[in-house]
Design a protein around this ligand. Structure first.
Ligand SMILES: [Ca+2]
Ligand SMILES: [Ca+2]
Length: 377
């Protein structure tokens, strides 16, 4: 019996805190979720975690979960769609505002990404109030893929949205849509007057009945799932390429990143897409990957706990089943290290005190776990 208990506790220990070979951190599973997609820390140290089917949960660092937050939007769950990202307003301590992205059903079989802003009442029965849909991807399209819809709120009060190409290719170059774009808005969803294409409506060739030009910051993206500022205020974005050609891009105002005219990958059906170096008028990626890494999200690490990583990009890898560390040097970037995680990683986030947390993608036979990455062994 004693031996059985010892064996059991040994097994539990090995499931609990796994000191995996040659990782610079110990992986501690905290809890698990039903198809988790994104997470963000509240100022009080608790986490908000989204589940793709539509639930938002408040989670303690000990893994204790709240009831599902009520007052959520109706999400169009299916394929890659559902509840997506969650982001917290920089003045959350004063205004309790959060932002949620999700797939929203339209007329007929169309759907598209949307962003809701709401007050989070983080009580025992948490709920959203004053909810307002402040952005909708335009136009809504048939299909369940490539919503993108990663959210970033910066300290100046801008809301950045990565908007995927919905697997439709050419709209990424179409200025009459927000498909395949990076969008920049004020935190209430209004359009900043200094956005690069605000004045396009004065160009005779263009009509802008839906008011989308003004929202666009950059174009020619495929499925951007990560967006973050570095320590020097430069904006970076990471996106899925087609067959090959995942990209890390340094995002500049009004930039065109070339998709689907150029890509260092090619179409899945075998059709060649000319590579970036054939068309220098399009901005080329700082790093591209073939075979792909399949980025889930990205952050720029800003803490002190992993002091040697300060200013580096960390990418959650889906098909690469890894966390990928990228060193930035001005406009340049290079992959520095890859940490194998043994599971598809959907998100990596920095928590209080520079702690690092990762969210697994749900596998067929298991839920996606929340992992704390503990420095040292
Ligand atoms: Ca590109
Ligand atoms: Ca190519």
């Amino acid at each position: 019996m004693t031996r059985l208990l010892a064996a059991l506790s040994g097994a539990l220990l090995s499931i609990g805190a796994q000191a995996q070979n040659n990782l610079p951190f110990t992986v501690e599973p905290v809890t698990s979720f039903d198809q988790p997609w994104a997470m963000a820390f509240l100022p009080d140290g608790r986490l908000l975690v989204t589940e793709k089917k539509g639930n938002l949960l408040i989670v303690g660092q000990d893994g204790v979960k709240s009831r599902a937050v009520s007052g959520m939007p109706d999400v169009d769950y299916g394929g890659q769609g559902g509840l997506g990202d969650v982001a917290i307003h920089p003045d959350f301590a004063k205004n309790s505002l959060i932002y949620l992205s999700y797939a929203e059903g339209g007329t007929g079989r169309t759907r598209g990404a949307a962003v809701m802003r709401a007050v989070l009442n983080a009580t025992d029965r948490p709920y959203l109030s004053d909810a307002e849909v402040i952005w909708r991807q335009y136009p809504k399209l048939v299909g369940y893929g490539h919503y993108g819809h990663r959210l970033l709120l910066d300290d100046e009060g801008y809301l950045w949205i990565s908007s995927g190409d919905r697997q439709k290719f050419t709209p990424s170059q179409d200025m009459q849509s927000t498909i395949g774009k990076i969008v920049r808005l004020h935190d209430d969803g209004s359009v900043p007057e200094d956005n690069p294409f605000v004045d396009y409506t004065t160009v005779d060739a263009f009509v802008d009945e839906e008011g989308v030009y003004g929202q666009i910051w950059s174009l020619g993206h495929r499925n951007p799932l990560g967006i973050a500022f570095d320590l020097n205020g430069r904006l970076w974005e990471i996106e899925h390429g087609p067959a090959g050609g995942d990209e890390l891009n340094r995002i500049v105002r009004g930039g065109n990143y070339g998709y689907p005219i150029v890509s260092n990958g090619d179409h899945y059906d075998g059709h060649v897409i000319p590579d970036h170096d054939t068309r220098p008028e399009f901005l080329k990626p700082a790093i591209w990957w073939t075979p792909v890494i399949s980025p889930g999200n990205m952050i720029v690490y800003k803490g002190e706990l992993y002091s040697d990583w300060r200013g580096d990009v960390l990418v959650a890898g889906l098909s690469s089943q890894a966390i990928i560390r990228i060193e930035l040097d001005g406009e340049n970037a290079r992959e520095a290290e890859r940490y194998p995680m043994g599971a598809r990683i959907r998100a990596v986030v920095e928590g209080p005190g520079g702690t690092l947390w990762a969210l697994e993608d749900e596998a067929e036979d298991s839920q996606g776990r929340l992992l704390k990455l503990i420095r040292g062994q």
